[in-house]
Design a protein around this ligand. Structure first.
Ligand code: GLP
Length: 247
C-alpha cells in the first residue's frame, strides 16, 4: 500500500486525475471501476478538463461503478447513475452503453447482484478501481461487519452512513436504507486500486485503514493485502496518522 500525501483537496484531485489519465493513456480500452461520493467530484472535474483540452480520449473506455442505492431509478437525481452522468459521462466521449452501475430498480436482489458479477466478469475485470472511504472505513457500501463479503450483494446501510449521506437528500427519511454494492472480492480483484480521502473527518478511517489490523470491521483495511493499492490522502485526512507518528 503506497500512501501519497496531497496538500489539500485540489491537489488530491489533480494527483488522482494524473493517475487515472495515465491509466487511460497506457490502455485506451481499459475498464475503470468508478466511485461516487463528494470526494471524487474534483477528480472527475479534472478529467473533464483534460478531455476538453484534447489530452484524454474516453471513446474506448468501459466502466463499472461500485454501488447503487436499492430502489432508486437511473433518473432519480440521488441515484449513483445520475451522479456519474452529471459529473463525468455527460461531459466526455465515453460510450454510455459501456458504462455500468448496479440496477437499483431490480427488486430481486439476488438477480441484481448476480447480473452485476456476470457483467464485471464479461468485461474481463477492472484495470483501475477508484474508491472513496466512509468515515467508518467503508468502501463502496461494504459496511463494517464480522466478515468480508466476496461478491456483489445487497447491504443494509448503517445509521452512520445514512446520516452521512443525508446531506444529499431533502430529509434523512428519504435516504434509502439498502444498496447493491460490489463486494470486497470484486474490489480486490482490480489490478490497481486508488483510494481518495480528504478532510479531518476521514483521519480515523485512514489511520485504521493503513496502520491498523486487517479486519472486516474496517473494510478498507483489506487494501493492505492488495499488491498495487495507492492511497491519496490530504494532510487533514492524514492528521491522526501524523499525530501518532506513523506517517
Ligand atoms: C458513500 C459511497 C462510497 C463513498 C462514501 C464517502 O457511502 N457509497 O463509495 O466512498 O460515500 O463519501 P464522501 O466522499 O462524500 O465522503
Amino acid at each position: 500500500m503506497r500512501i501519497i500525501e496531497a496538500a489539500n483537496y485540489e491537489d488530491l484531485s489533480r494527483k488522482a486525475a494524473d493517475l487515472i489519465a495515465a491509466q487511460v493513456i497506457l490502455k485506451p480500452d481499459c475498464v475503470l471501476g468508478l466511485a461516487t461520493g463528494s470526494t471524487p467530484e474534483g477528480t472527475y472535474k479534472e478529467l473533464v478538463t483534460r478531455y476538453e483540452q484534447g489530452v484524454l480520449d474516453f471513446s474506448q473506455i468501459s466502466s463499472v461503478n461500485l454501488d447503487e442505492y436499492r430502489g432508486l431509478s437511473q433518473d432519480n437525481d440521488q441515484s449513483y447513475r445520475y451522479f456519474m452522468n452529471r459529473h463525468l459521462f455527460d461531459h466526455v466521449n465515453i460510450d454510455k452503453a459501456r458504462t455500468h452501475v448496479p440496477n437499483g430498480k431490480e427488486p430481486d436482489s439476488d438477480k441484481a447482484c448476480a447480473d452485476y458479477d456476470a457483467q464485471i466478469l464479461s468485461m474481463g475485470g477492472v484495470d483501475l478501481q477508484l474508491l472513496g472511504i466512509g468515515g467508518n472505513g467503508h468502501i463502496g457500501f461494504n459496511e463494517p461487519c464480522d466478515e468480508f463479503v466476496v461478491g456483489t450483494h445487497c447491504v443494509n446501510l448503517t445509521q452512520s452512513t445514512i446520516e452521512a449521506n443525508a446531506r444529499f437528500f431533502s430529509s434523512i427519511d428519504e435516504v434509502p436504507k439498502q444498496a447493491y454494492t460490489m463486494g470486497i472480492g470484486n474490489i480486490m480483484a482490480a489490478k490497481k486500486i486508488l483510494l481518495l480521502a480528504s478532510g479531518a473527518g476521514k483521519s480515523q478511517a485512514i489511520f485504521d485503514t493503513c496502520f491498523g489490523p486487517v479486519t472486516p470491521h474496517v473494510p478498507a483495511s483489506v487494501l493492505q493485502l492488495h499488491p498495487d493499492a495507492v492511497i491519496i490522502a490530504d494532510t487533514e485526512a492524514l492528521s491522526l496518522a501524523k499525530e501518532k507518528g506513523v506517517f
